[in-house]
Design a protein around this ligand. Structure first.
Ligand code: FES
Length: 592
């Protein structure tokens, strides 16, 4: 065994000879380095500083095997908490949770209580209610023998558990949004409907790739791949359960109901189901229906009788997270033509008009999350998230108010929009050289033989490395924004609705919250005429998961909505390619 120590000599973890450094860092609970390429040695985002047999050196953690004791500079691992947007807004459902409790007071003068009598008192039809869990009957016999009062925990027509005494006010549930990038959990009091705590983190699967396709490949490579991806998300959810329960000072054992939303790839990996079918035409998930299981059977550490519900989906790329978004928003207004969209590594969008719903999904890649850009990073302390370019030069804002280390997705959009407005980018996306008299002239530089815009000089950054927007970054953004706007136009075309007829654009997800409508229009992420119709709603998928936790009727509504959606397949459609090519341009750029 070898030891990995930090720079002060403190031992962090023991390592088997030959173990991959990336895996060790994750196993040690250190922040996983970004690995958008899925550990193929291509993206250089897993660069870490180590001393192994001699001097300090920078190595790619995904390509380095541990062959001796080593020291690691963990301060440079980006061991910062991911900024996760947990708040969403929308319409709350009527409070009527799927799990409830009934107090059974001891019956004076009655020494026994049989199952049939319990069902009668709890209002459950006896013939349908043989308990699945034999422990319920064992506990009932003990309570009856001692003529003790108890509380029955009931889900639908099933008695999940019996608890001694009156525990009516001790009943909790958690709603989760399993995003490709972040995971958010909300702890709710199911006796009052109040939210007690929120816990969130980076999805640890990012170590296997930033986008769903890279993770599908990682899971399909060998049997260990799927287990690794599943194990790390289950561990992550258990950690969030623990964090939320501790922060609200409630027992994990009093958590009886869990509701999940996430895209179909996240769903497959969570349940340990091979997602390979989603990665190949015709891109089929293993199922579209909702799922109900015992939480303990999936590996979650809550009450052993707790249930786990996953909302239904629509297709291989439109899943429970989209349905969660829909049950959080008033989309059934017949007067409105509403578009709801959630943009991350994929862009899912829904069009609602009268009784009809259409949905599609486009692969935007990790450009909007910053990870694949030359100086891109996730939205963590040290990331530039806002950029202004004017006559005085460049001004920027850094998350956490510290020295900058890179730029996150919203920062890149702001920066490129500002560069367009400053006349530094032409319609085709080419970075221009300003005239010699232009004060921005010295910021347009050459790096590796190609044009780049110098945002922050090396002597003003946290790690002494300059922060630039490269020509390649601009191209990546063009591809991503063209994918989104082309999907949207195809969906409108399929529904026979013109762009000007759209009355409302609901922009969900973390990404939207840091953008201005003006910048959305400048880069052409949406048709310009829609930009003043945008409403930002934050984490609507998480809000929808909470709705389904608070109301069993909402689960029914989710099922009905999922069945009503007309899925618009974009893959292999020539019209999509035609629209896509046209949308690569920055049409907001005035003719030069
Ligand atoms: S280079 Fe290591 S994860 Fe991409």
């Amino acid at each position: 065994m070898y030891n990995i120590k930090d720079v002060t000599g403190q031992k962090l973890v023991e390592v088997q000879p030959g173990e991959l450094l990336l895996n060790v860092l994750v196993r040690a609970g250190l922040m996983p380095p970004d690995s958008p390429c899925g550990g193929k040695g291509l993206c250089r985002k897993c660069l870490v500083k180590i001393r192994m047999e001699g001097d300090w050196q920078e190595v790619l953690a995904c390509q380095t095997r541990v062959i001796s004791d080593l020291e690691i500079d963990i301060a440079r691992l980006g061991a910062q908490k991911q900024v996760c947007v947990s708040e969403g807004s929308g319409q709350r459902s009527q409070f009527n949770p799927a799990v409830c409790k009934v107090f059974i007071d001891k019956l004076p003068g009655k020494l026994t209580l049989c199952w049939e009598e319990l069902c009668e008192q709890a209002g459950i039809p006896v013939q349908q209610a043989i308990p699945e869990n034999i422990k319920v009957l064992r506990d009932l016999a003990e309570f009856a023998r001692h003529s003790a009062s108890f509380t029955a925990v009931i889900a639908g027509q099933e008695v999940l558990a019996l608890e001694a005494g009156n525990t009516l006010t001790e009943m909790y549930g958690m709603a989760f949004d399993i995003g490709t990038t972040t995971v958010v959990g909300y702890l709710l009091d199911l006796s009052s409907g109040r939210r007690l705590a929120t816990a969130s983190t980076l999805n640890p699967q990012v170590q296997y790739g930033a986008d769903v396709m890279t993770r599908i490949t990682a899971a399909a490579e060998n049997s260990a791949g799927l287990s690794r991806l599943r194990d790390c998300i289950i561990e992550c959810v258990n950690q969030l359960i623990l964090e939320a329960a501790q922060s609200a000072a409630v027992s994990k054992d009093a958590i009886y109901d869990l509701v999940f939303v996430g895209n179909p790839s996240m769903q497959h990996l969570f349940f340990g189901i091979q997602p390979a079918g989603i990665g190949l035409a015709p891109y089929q998930p293993i199922l579209r229906s909702d799922m109900l299981y015992r939480a303990v059977d999936i590996g979650l550490t809550v009450n052993a009788a707790a249930q786990l519900y996953w909302l239904p989906g629509v297709s291989g790329f439109v899943g429970a997270d989209t349905i969660g978004m829909l049950i959080s928003q008033p989309i059934d207004d017949a007067e409105q033509v509403t578009i709801a969209l959630d943009i991350g590594t994929n862009g899912e969008m829904v069009l609602a008009w009268k009784d009809e719903l259409w949905a599609c999904s486009t692969a935007a890649g990790p450009a909007f999350e910053g990870a694949c850009m030359a100086c891109g990073m996730r939205a963590q302390p040290g990331a530039i998230d806002k950029v202004i370019i004017n006559g005085d030069g460049v001004q920027y804002r850094v998350i956490g108010n510290v020295l900058p280390r890179g730029i996150c997705g919203s920062g890149i959009i702001n920066a490129i929009a500002a560069m367009i407005n400053a006349g530094l980018i032409d319609k085709s996306g080419r970075l221009l050289e300003p005239a010699d008299t232009n004060p921005l002239r010295e910021l347009v530089v050459k790096r590796a033989g190609r044009g780049a815009f110098l945002l922050v000089a090396a002597d003003q950054t946290a790690d002494g490395k300059e922060i630039v927007i490269t020509q390649e970054d601009i191209r990546q953004l063009q591809l991503a924004k063209a994918a989104i706007v082309s999907g949207l136009k195809m969906m409108l075309k399929q529904a026979g609705i013109d762009v000007p007829a759209v009355t409302k654009v609901v922009f969900a997800g973390a990404f939207g919250l840091f953008l201005t409508s003006e910048n959305v229009g400048t880069i052409g992420l949406l048709p310009e005429s829609l930009c003043d119709k945008i409403v930002y709603v934050g984490n609507a998928a998480g809000f929808g998961a909470e709705n389904a936790l608070l109301s069993k009727q909402m689960r029914q509504v989710a099922g009905e909505i999922a069945k009503r959606v007309n899925y618009v397949e974009l893959a292999g459609r020539p019209e999509f390619s035609d629209i896509f090519i046209g949308e690569l341009y920055f049409s907001a750029v005035k003719a030069q």
